[in-house]
Design a protein around this ligand. Structure first.
Ligand code: ZN
Length: 80
């Protein structure tokens, strides 16, 4: 799966879920993701809640320099 930008991920998520970007931003945050799921696009939508965000970052956030699915996390974006 090719890595996409955070903006692309958010837009696609909203289209799939039939919600607006405004709604998305008031309920979710897009966090970098390095889970093992084959279909993972390098981002995950997490409920905008401190505990949920902390749990995601603890278990699924990529480390700087970490590779996943052929892309490299530079701390900001996925680069090929
Ligand atoms: Zn993931």
């Amino acid at each position: 799966m090719n890595r996409i930008t955070k903006e692309q991920f958010e837009k696609a998520y909203c289209e799939r879920s039939n919600i607006t970007l405004t709604y998305y931003h008031s309920h979710f945050v897009a966090l970098p993701c390095a889970c093992d799921y084959e279909q993972c696009e390098g981002w995950a939508s997490v409920t905008n809640d401190a505990d949920m965000i902390a749990a995601h970052m603890r278990f699924y956030a990529p480390r700087v320099g970490q590779e996943s699915n052929g892309s490299l996390w530079n701390g900001d974006v996925w680069v090929v």
